[in-house]
Design a protein around this ligand. Structure first.
Ligand code: ZN
Length: 306
């Protein structure tokens, strides 16, 4: 069975009417998986103790955000109104991150039905990201004996700026970001490997530029673990992305990443990342491609039944 990590709290915190964060997509994706009866085992996380974040986040930032005393201007940069429910949701999803890493190491692959908070920096958050789960996942993986290097593959349409700065001085975390060069954030600090794509890039070009770089990165850096942000905001109809990648292109991308990890025997912990549509149910088949890719590569016999 494919391990997936999910908690109902992922779709449960207060947002003002008309807020563009797709809060319901997590629940809708889980319902889709359940309805189709896909052979998954669901693991429900408990919340992460905030102390664990202080290894790479600024201590005062963690304390202020958790306690609700972060200045309003800094909350606005994150993009959510502060609430106790928001903090519980965030800490639970971070608990889900470490659980996804545990399951990936145990089974070779695991998928987290949220995550990808790559705009969270050392002492501030932005773009709907409070704390950086990709760095947390890497740090957690590195606490395992035998895991000495982690590769973060960030395919969300937005550049992984927070991840890049948090991993800048570290040789045990390699960052790869493939993103739209004219999209948020305007300042894009260097990842170890950046693949900027132009506005309007089509599936074929996207894949022919990304896949060889990924293959080379794995061959060159020999990671012991891959953390994969499978954002679907690269889709042509996404409301915050400017690319022209189709659903088939997303499926091919997800399979290529899974295949590269499988071939090299590297465990992969995947998070669903960004994806923005007013009609949130339209995101479900796009995010479901990640689950299908995991079946396709790791459980080919079961994938015929999907
Ligand atoms: Zn994004």
């Amino acid at each position: 069975m494919l391990p997936i990590v999910y908690h109902p709290i992922y779709s449960d915190f207060p947002l003002p009417d008309g807020h563009r964060y797709p809060l319901q997509k997590y629940r809708l994706l889980k319902e889709h998986i359940d309805k189709l009866g896909w052979p998954v085992t669901t693991f429900q996380p408990t919340h992460l103790e905030p102390e664990n974040l202080k290894r790479f986040h600024d201590k005062d930032y963690v304390d202020a955000l958790v306690s609700g005393s972060l200045p309003l201007v800094k909350m606005r940069r994150i993009g959510f109104p502060w609430s106790e429910a928001l903090i519980q949701r965030s800490l639970t999803s971070l608990g889900g991150t470490t659980l996804t890493v545990d399951k990936a190491i145990e089974h070779g692959v695991a998928v987290h039905l949220t995550g990808g908070y790559h705009h969270s920096h050392k002492d501030f958050g932005s773009g709907f990201c409070l704390f950086n789960d990709l760095i947390l996942a890497s740090d957690h993986a590195l606490s395992y004996p035998g895991i000495e290097k982690v590769l973060i593959v960030d395919c969300d349409v937005h550049h992984g700026d927070g991840t890049a700065t948090l991993a800048q001085e570290r040789e045990d975390i390699i960052t790869l970001s493939v993103h739209c060069d004219k999209n948020f954030p305007s300042r894009k600090p260097d990842s170890d490997i950046d693949i900027p794509m132009p506005i309007g890039v089509e599936s074929d070009t996207y894949l022919s530029e990304f896949v060889p770089v990924l293959t080379l990165a794995i061959a060159q850096h020999q990671p012991d673990m891959v953390i994969y942000d499978a954002g679907v905001d690269i889709h042509v109809d996404d409301e915050l992305g400017y690319m022209n990648v189709c659903q088939h292109g997303i499926a091919e991308r997800d399979k290529a990443v899974m295949e590269a990890c499988h071939q090299h025997g590297v465990p992969i912990a995947a998070v669903i990342g960004g994806g923005y549509r007013t009609e949130q149910s339209a995101l479900v088949p796009l995010h479901a491609e990640l689950i299908k890719a995991a079946f396709n590569i790791y459980f080919p016999n079961w994938s015929k039944e999907l």
